[in-house]
Design a protein around this ligand. Sequence first.
Ligand code: FE
Length: 217
Amino acid sequence: MTHFRQIHEARSHSYAYLLVDSDRREAVMIDPAAPQLTLYLALLDELQARLTHVLLTHSHDRHAAGAEELCRITGAQCVAGRGSGVAAIDLVADDDALIPFGDEVLRCRTTPGHTPGCVSYLWRDRAFTGDALLIGDCGAAAAGDAGLLFDSITRKLLTLADETLIYPAHDFAGRRVSCIGEQRDTNPKLAGTTRDEFIAKQAQCDAHDHARAAVSI
Ligand code: FE
């Protein structure tokens, strides 16, 4: 049996994810937010689970600080992408690297563009897409590479089964989950959009997104 929790952090509009194999009592955490470490530790205690890995989809500051501190407290290994800039990395999340916990396993899929070291994590019918693919949006690429982001999303995420659930790192409207088919058909940045059109759309949005991100993410 597994437990799955999506934990909202209101100030940064971010989501962290706790995945637990409750039979083996091993857990992993994706994108922990620094202000909520006490909550995560209480959840682990309640579920009597040991945290084996802390995974980062990317290294924007609140996630990275939370991950490093959570690893220090629990002894979990820190997993992040090559080039992510995370200082305390134990395992590099290269393509198809596997992260086991109990009898479960996550698969790493590099999805650079929002940042050079962005990684998505696949588990069962779910994809944790960080800030690469958001619900009805894509992450800002002002500090990244919009063309690379388009390639990552179209080749490595939209090729997943339509039913695959998408859990992002952020949502400013409080939406919690979508799926690949819905995003392919309705995401205004992606639906019917060529690579060049995507780059142009991102350039229009990035100044605004980046200003917002600098404040709250
Ligand atoms: Fe970000």
